[in-house]
Design a protein around this ligand. Structure first.
Ligand SMILES: [Zn+2]
Ligand SMILES: [Zn+2]
Length: 167
């Protein structure tokens, strides 16, 4: 996901648009039990201020995540704003920016790390297929969204067992 900013450098304050649509491997989301259900799309408008390149845009895609309650795969939409600050390598970092600056090398910069970061930042810690997901029964393991739990039938209340013995 490299963008070429050489043209922009010669025309300060003239915006330039970049569009990427790329299929990314699921390995990028490794460890999350997740995958990409759609290509990653990035729309970015970059302006050169004379000192830095300011990129505004968004990243959209669809992820397949496992619901943290019922463990079913569910589709999760990503539609996130992207704010990038890029400077030419070797030029002085503006003081107000500590990090999150991408370095432009020979007029080009790879924005992929920032896009990956934006996607990761919004993946919920405990994804849910639905706010009302009933989850799995800890007793019988059924998905309570799909089936009624049978635990009640299987386990007779021990107090009733005791009463039975009396009769
Ligand atoms: Zn669920
Ligand atoms: Zn159950």
């Amino acid at each position: 996901m490299k963008i070429d900013l050489k043209q922009l450098r010669n025309q300060p304050k003239q915006g330039e648009s970049f569009l990427f649509v790329e299929s990314w491997p699921d390995e990028l989301l490794q460890g999350l039990g997740a995958g990409f259900a759609e290509p990653v799309q990035v729309d970015l408008e970059v302006v050169f201020t004379g000192q830095m390149y300011v990129g505004r845009g968004k990243v959209t895609t669809k992820l397949q995540l496992l619901c943290s309650r019922c463990l079913e795969p569910s589709i999760f939409e990503v539609d996130e704003a992207l704010d990038l600050t890029m400077i030419d390598a070797g030029s002085r970092k503006p003081d107000e920016f500590k990090d999150d600056i991408l370095l432009v090398e020979q007029g080009e910069v790879d924005i992929e790390p920032a896009v990956v970061e934006a996607i990761f930042a919004i993946i919920p810690l405990n994804p849910l297929c639905n706010m009302d997901c009933q989850g799995l029964c800890p007793g019988c393991g059924v998905n309570k969204n799909q089936e009624a739990c049978r635990c009640q039938e299987d386990h007779i209340d021990p107090r009733w067992e005791a009463l039975k013995k009396l009769t």
